[in-house]
Design a protein around this ligand. Structure first.
Ligand code: ATP
Ligand code: MG
Length: 792
């Protein structure tokens, strides 16, 4: 038995210590937010290395983001005497990408593969739909892609998808699935021809490698003796299968999660993995951690009351030894701009008192579009801020262009990238020429770049051009082919940053960018990319270009975010997962925004929205603010307070609006009492907190259900009128006697969402669930019995 090192076990409670000490065999840690799950993983790794003599090289820790991996490594460095470098740490995608570069050849994969992002995928889906003769107007490529991705996340290949279509009970669903499976088939072929993988493929191919090549599997079993997975509740089926495949007979698999924080089912995360784990490893040690170290009692209690209203959950009590702290602040603003002004004012006020720094504060919201108002206010008030994921660096045109050149150099089969740069900067290779070129290459069974090379060869030998294009286009094609050849040769000797310089120069991209109006910004961005590239050496050594491109492809929004002392954080609720801040403000607590209108159709969706709200609230350590606005035209909400607000017990709330002298509230602006408010919404919502109190009493009499001390149901009083209006505009919930059988591709009308095209029809019990792409409201899933759809 190893000695318990004080350094590593210190600062852990008993349950946490037990989790750290249970080093052998399967271990499941299910515990609420702030209970130290991530801390346990870090300490467990340190304990394995320092106390059990495990070689760090034999440990694999999977985190949800690259940022989380980076942080875990930093913490580990502080705990370990030796360096943490040898521990493998990263997201499933990063780990898989590395495994495939090393061993992918065993399943016929070229190690120079490109990783396609969503834009690249859409491009590939569109051309696959063309080949499969599927109309992109009837079947939106995005819906197609997400159906295919859902199949992939359960390790389903196109063949299996087609079989599942035959097995589908109703022919309408079967039709849509069958169509998807056909496109999927062409998509698979396209990606394999281009030597490209999408994110799902990284998981799927690795699973297939480990399943089908026993020596490789044995090698990884030998290597990784300890596997740890954080945020297990947000893994998909493919990821869980991978974890199982990577776990050898030692079964040292430790998974850590919180079902109440599962917020990625829209990305096919499957909470059932926790159940599967328990049945796959019946001998697993199960530990729960009951003490929250992050939040004040008030915050914890408020959050617990909100989550308690979910029906699909197991109650798991959490307590904290922290002080009660301040009440939760509810601020009701008149508009989104007022909401933002108030929030930034409040941060300024807090920082002035010296209580906190701006960097301790975060404003969280449901959707990215909400950040605009906060950015404006920060700029107006001179408040430094960090917008997480807002500036999607790698999606900027100049960055994608430069990276696309590098991708083609690295993987000449990558046609999506080649098509992107073929006339970029403009060099007289129009769409028609590009099409001819594609046809010529597919007819010859060649890649596009090889076809271009043939045209170049024909020119050198003064033969006629093999495709009928203008002399100028032919010359441009030949020149570009030669440029790529030179760049490819250069890539073998040059460090990545120098190669990038050469690309910018030889492609004409540098001149093109500099001629642009916004050239300065765009050029700065390119230089930022170059700075990143400087970390990578020439290609032959350690595959610098490959490693660089991998990093660029796998980066997620939150990865490039660093918390700093002096800047306020603006972040979506999804991105805030796993993080903590002394001061948290959740903005837009309104029906239609949180819960989001896209997720109101099923109980399951609403429960996920509630979990999202819970994740946000539990990020707060000292102070929690819940904000809402009466009026919000864009991103729009009906101004109705979020149902989640009602689940926060009254006694935990303080509402600054109520501290005003009586009578000033409804007829003056809360931020500027001298300005009378003519805003109808404002008058309606002005005394929400009061009306809420009254309505509670009334509801109590009506005997409606209560959960966890919090009252549920809708508000009455002043805003009832507005609520009624809103509710009646929603699809009615009463079953409709006559139902219409719908077919995929059919045009339907909905009273609220307008006109749309049926994408999918699936039997649900004796009802049918249809997926409809509404031209203005987007994709919705509706039950036929409830939705009152009319044939368009
Ligand atoms: P989440 O579910 O939000 O990811 P978590 O369970 O992973 O939360 P951690 O982030 O590991 O929780 O811990 C929350 C906070 O509590 C951290 O600041 C951590 O350092 C602190 N903490 C955890 N355990 C202890 C402890 N035993 N003593 C003191 N502080 C602790
Ligand atoms: Mg955590």
């Amino acid at each position: 038995e190893p000695d318990a090192s004080p350094a590593i076990l210190q600062g852990l409670n008993e349950a946490q210590q037990q989790a750290v000490l249970s080093t052998e065999g399967p271990l499941l840690i299910i515990a609420g937010p702030g209970s130290g799950k991530t801390r346990v993983i870090t300490h467990r790794i340190a304990y394995l290395v320092e106390e059990c003599g495990v070689n760090p090289w034999q440990i694999l820790a999977v985190t949800f983001t690259n940022k989380a991996a980076r942080e875990m490594r930093n913490r580990l460095d502080r705990l370990l005497l030796s360096r943490s470098e040898a521990v493998t740490m990263g997201t499933f995608h990063a780990v898989c990408s590395r495994i495939l570069r090393r061993h992918g050849d065993r399943i016929g994969l070229n190690p120079n593969f490109t990783i396609y992002d969503q834009d690249d995928q859409i491009d590939a889906i569109k051309s696959s739909m063309q080949l499969a003769d599927v109309d992109t107007k009837r079947f939106p490529p995005r819906a197609m892609l997400s159906r295919i991705s859902a199949a992939k996340s359960t390790l389903q290949e196109s063949r299996q998808m087609r079989e599942s279509a035959y097995a589908a009970e109703d022919e309408y669903g079967a039709n849509w699935i069958e169509t998807c499976s056909r496109v999927y088939h062409y998509y698979e072929e396209a990606l394999s021809r281009q030597n490209a993988l999408d994110f799902d493929d990284l998981l799927m191919r690795t699973a297939s490698l480990l399943k089908n090549v026993p020596e490789v599997r044995a090698q990884y079993h030998e290597r990784y003796r300890y596997l740890l997975i954080d945020e297990f509740q947000d893994t998909n089926i493919a990821q869980y299968q991978l974890a199982r495949l990577l776990t050898g007979t030692h079964q040292n698999l430790c998974v850590v999660g919180d079902p109440d924080q599962s917020i990625y089912s829209w990305r096919n995360a499957d909470i059932r993995n926790i159940l599967s784990f328990q049945s796959d490893y019946p001998d697993a040690t199960v530990i729960s951690l009951g003490e929250n170290y992050r939040s004040t009692k008030n915050i914890l209690q408020a959050a617990s009351s909100v989550i308690a209203a979910n029906t699909e959950r197991i109650e798991r009590p959490l307590f904290t030894g922290n002080p009660a702290g301040r009440p939760i602040t509810l601020h009701e603003a008149y508009s989104a701009d007022d909401e933002a002004a108030w929030a930034v004012d409040e941060v300024t006020r807090l920082t002035k008192t010296g209580e906190v720094r701006a960097g301790d504060c975060a404003i969280m919201y449901r959707i990215n579009a909400q950040s605009r108002a906060f950015e404006d206010q920060c700029m107006r008030q001179g408040m430094p801020y960090r917008l997480v994921g807002g500036v999607r660096f790698y999606h900027r045109k100049e960055i994608k262009d430069a990276v696309s050149y590098l991708r083609v150099i690295y993987n000449p089969d990558d046609e999506v990238s080649l098509r992107r740069v073929i006339n970029n900067p403009p060099r007289g290779i129009g769409a028609k020429t590009a099409q001819l070129l594609t046809r010529f290459s597919t007819d010859r069974g060649n890649t596009m770049l090889a076809a271009m090379q043939q045209i170049a060869d024909a020119r050198t030998e003064q033969l006629p051009c093999p495709i009928s294009v203008t002399a100028r286009a032919a010359k441009s094609i030949a020149d570009l082919a030669i440029t790529f050849q030179r760049l490819r040769d250069a890539s073998r000797e040059l460090a990545v940053a120098d190669l990038l310089d050469r690309v910018l120069d030889m492609s004409g991209l540098a001149r093109h960018i500099q001629a642009d109006e916004n050239s300065e910004d765009r050029w700065d961005n390119v230089q930022e990319l170059r700075a990143l590239a400087e970390e990578y050496g020439p290609s032959p050594q350690a595959d610098g270009l490959g490693a660089f491109l991998e990093r660029v492809s796998l980066v997620s929004d939150v990865d490039s975010y660093e918390q700093t002392d002096d800047a306020l954080t603006l972040i979506t609720l999804h991105q805030a997962k796993g993080l903590e801040f002394p001061v948290v403000m959740i903005a837009g607590m309104e029906e239609g925004l949180l819960p989001h209108s896209r997720s109101l159709d099923t109980i399951r969706e609403i429960e996920e929205e509630r979990r999202l709200c819970y994740v946000g609230m539990t990020r707060a350590m000292q102070r929690l603010y819940l904000l809402r606005a009466f009026s919000r035209p864009f991103p729009s909400s009906g101004g109705i307070p979020s149902r989640f607000l009602q689940d926060v017990p009254e006694e935990l709330l303080a509402s600054p609006a109520l501290e005003r002298p009586p009578g000033t509230r409804a007829d003056t602006h809360p931020l500027n009492p001298s300005r009378p408010s003519r805003n109808e919404d404002a008058v309606i919502g002005g005394s929400w907190a009061t009306s809420r109190r009254e309505s509670r009493t009334r509801r109590g009499e009506a005997g409606e259900g209560t959960t966890g001390g919090a009252t549920r149901g809708h508000l009455r009083g002043d805003i009832d009128e507005k609520l009624t209006e809103w509710v009646s505009s929603r699809p009615p919930r009463a079953p409709q006697p006559e139902r219409i059988p719908l077919t995929v591709g059919e045009i339907v009308r909905h009273s609220v969402f307008g006109e749309g095209v049926v994408q999918d029809v699936q039997g649900v019990g004796d009802d049918e669930q249809v997926t409809v792409n509404f031209s203005s409201a987007g994709l919705k899933r509706l039950l036929v019995s409830l939705a009152r759809l009319e044939r368009g």
